[in-house]
Design a protein around this ligand. Sequence first.
Ligand code: SME
Length: 161
Amino acid sequence: MAVATRIEEIRHEIGELAKTSRGPQQLMQSIVKLLHDRVLKYNWVGFYLLEPGANPPVLVLGAFEGAMTPHTRIPLNQGICGAAASSGHTVVVDDVNKDSRYLACSLETKSEIVVPVVVHGKVVGELDIDSHFPAAFTSEHQALVQHCAQLVGEKLEASQR
Ligand code: SME
């Protein structure tokens, strides 16, 4: 199946999950499972959430699929994760070994994407995906991961109403 068609299909399934899940926690768990199971080059998929009230701010590992990571708490001045959360922008790294910010999770990881999750205009967390393949996150993949992060942000907003 063509890559674009497959991504469209996954995007549709994630949309259905967002409609049927009971809350943000359940949605995050279903998203990491679906992405990890269905996209073979997504080898580690997880959410980090900013710890409420923490000063200085810290990202705490939430729902994830893949091998356990040593990085369960990441300050905003560290890692690709810290860079995405502090800038509020998606960070895509095609070759993690050439990026001095990178915090190693697995020796097999070659590329990474981190997309902030935003609620009422503020970063509250992020969706992080590692791949064993270099430059895995093409523009189609970036759009898919950004869509997932956006749906979680909307679900968090709805849960706070
Ligand atoms: N590589 C990330 C750390 C998290 S692990 O990949 C799960 C980073 O550089 O921030």
